[in-house]
Design a protein around this ligand. Structure first.
Ligand code: PEP
Ligand code: MG
Length: 570
């Protein structure tokens, strides 16, 4: 058996057939002139391709139960029957007498360009629909198989060079057994989604797409980052034993999932869940969560073609709040950009997206989009215990402007007699080093902090979180990280505001003693990590953790801190 070693990104062990995903791009389109009598034949070819496209989309609709995906399919079927779109194709075909592939492409491109140049976001989303639908028609005209990820027909392990969160969201999750990707790291958003969906994933493999072929049998161990290609019987036995062990361990832990997270010397710690889609709230409760510490609302926006309009957002937020009853739910406002580009918002062409127009920067520049979200949140607030958190705050002015827009959204709700909770706490992520260093200034405005170690690490150590080549530099125990985390926690506690951590580090139970020692008393993590971190907390003395952290803070190298922690955990 050939083995590959990557970065363990989402735990679990799985065996299955590889599906090597090479993108859905079209080959170069043929262009030739047709004679007048052929026009009718070309038009008929188009009708056949449209009929096939409709049938493919209907099949997708049947297998995909995600509410948000269904609205994409409906929009696509409508596009296929749109008289204006078809009318333009017919006119262009008669006028230019080019082959139908060429005409469909030209007309679609021209409509997309017009729609993209408009301010109205709903119309821009229509452009994405046209892009999608024209690609499908063209593939059918060219007789190419439908290779879109949304059209998987059988269970598989996806092998890809790269996978966008939006692509992952279009896959039927029942069929997706595992993920093996050349790029990425533990904190890539694909890893975060894979964990949310409980799909074993190994990232940062470098050359998996070159070594794995369609149909190969793969063993994916997301816990240790190993991939086995075409394993023999002995390996399979070993795999089954490992898998059983893992399942038993989780079963045992879940038995005590509702016990409080209390250290041996009586310090009470709060454990909450990070979720990406509303349906995860139920799962979070089953894992013993005390609330939602981070709801990444941007995943609502990532499905191509789904208009994240106010009503759809309102329903999603309301559903989480209702599921969680009185438990606190922290919903983070739209954090797009970076590796979470939303094509409809045209921020996928930035030269340096991680340092660019992201998160709160984008929202403050597009107040209509931001206020639509804030109104949806306000209206949902009467259904539970809502807190709102702003991402990527780097200076006080940004926080203040966000609050000002929040107040405008309140006025708009009042005008429409829409009830909302007047007392919603507004907090912020600490994920830009500037905010962590000067945290004491932000406590004057923010009602709570949540430390986002994924971005804090990326920006503090200048390490792209999706780039496997620099993954070795992603050192959570770097002295600078410890100082920044400590400063944020101390500033919050001095001001009497709560400070949580929702970066991936919070869910790593080997880091729990250090984080407790640094003073953290609220952790938020992917649901499946909660039982493990809880068990660890219940085995620790807070006073020992404090001594451990004090010692770690004197160290000048991450290796020393790592050694110290390993010895403590041994
Ligand atoms: C973080 O940066 O740590 C965080 C929790 O936010 P995200 O991973 O969504 O960027
Ligand atoms: Mg972040």
């Amino acid at each position: 058996m050939i083995e590959l070693q990557g970065i363990p990104a989402s735990p679990g062990i799985v065996i299955g057939n590889a599906f090597v995903y090479n993108d859905n791009e079209l080959p170069e389109l043929p262009r030739y002139r047709i004679e007048t009598p052929q026009i009718e034949l070309e038009w008929q070819r188009l009708q056949d391709a449209i009929n096939l496209s409709t049938a493919q989309i209907k099949a997708l609709e049947k297998t995909n139960k995600l509410k948000s995906s269904r609205s994409i399919f409906e929009a696509h079927i409508m596009m296929l029957e749109d008289p204006e779109y078809l009318g333009q194709i017919k006119k262009n075909l008669a006028k230019t007498q080019n082959n139908i592939e060429w005409v469909v492409n030209e007309v679609s491109k021209s409509i997309m360009q017009t729609l993209f140049s408009l301010e109205d976001s709903a119309l821009r989303e229509r452009a994405i629909d046209i892009a999608d639908i024209s690609r499908r028609i063209l593939r059918n005209l060219l007789g190419l198989p439908d290779s879109s990820l949304g059209n998987l027909q059988k269970e598989c392990i996806i092998v890809a060079h790269d996978l966008l969160p939006s692509e992952l969201l279009t896959i039927d999750r029942k069929l997706l057994k595992g993920i093996a990707i050349d790029s990425g790291s533990k904190t890539s958003h694909v890893a975060i989604l894979a964990k949310a969906f409980k799909i074993p994933a190994v990232l940062g493999l470098g050359g998996a797409t070159a070594k794995i072929h369609d149909g190969d049998i793969l063993l994916v161990n997301g816990g240790n980052g190993r991939i086995g290609i075409n394993p023999g019987g002995e390996n399979l036995e070993h795999f089954k034993a490992e898998n059983d062990k893992l399942e038993k361990q989780l079963e045992t832990l879940l038995l005590s999932s509702n016990e409080p997270a209390l250290t041996l010397d009586g310090k009470r710690i709060t454990l909450k869940a990070n979720i990406g889609i509303s349906e995860e709230a139920e799962q979070a409760l089953r894992h013993g969560t005390e609330g939602i510490g981070l709801y990444r609302s941007e995943f609502l926006f990532l499905l191509p073609g789904v208009p994240a309009e106010e009503e759809m957002q309102f329903e999603a937020y309301k559903s989480v709040l209702e599921t969680m009853k009185d438990k606190p739910v922290t919903i983070r406002t739209l954090d797009i950009g970076g590796d979470k580009a939303v094509p409809a918002f045209r921020i996928d062409d930035e030269k340096n997206p991680l340092l660019g127009w992201r998160a709160i920067r984008f929202c403050l520049a597009c107040p209509d989009i931001f206020k639509t979200q804030l109104r949806a949140l306000l209206r949902a607030s009467v259904y539970g215990n809502l807190r709102i958190m702003f991402p990527m705050i780097g200076n006080l002015g940004e926080f203040e402007t966000a609050v000002q827009l929040f107040n405008e959204a309140k006025d708009e709700c009042k005008k429409k007699n829409q009830p909302f909770n007047e007392e919603i706490a507004l907090g912020m992520m600490i994920e830009i080093p500037a905010a962590a260093v000067s945290a004491q200034h932000f406590t004057k405005k923010a009602a709570f902090f949540s430390i986002g170690t994924n971005d804090l690490l990326q920006y503090t150590l200048a390490v792209d979180r999706g780039n496997e080549r620099v993954n070795y530099l992603a050192q959570n125990y770097h002295p600078a990280m410890l100082l920044l985390i400590k400063n944020a926690i101390d500033a919050a506690h001095q001001a009497g505001i709560p400070c949580s951590m929702c970066g991936e580090l919070a869910g790593d139970y080997t880091a729990t003693p250090l984080l407790l020692g640094l003073g953290l008393d609220e952790f938020s993590m992917d649901c499946s990590s909660i039982p493990f971190v809880k068990q660890r907390i219940r085995s620790l003395k807070h006073s020992d953790c404090k001594a451990l952290a004090d010692k770690a803070l004197t160290m000048s190298r991450h290796e020393e801190v790592e050694k110290l922690i390993n010895e403590f955990n041994a």
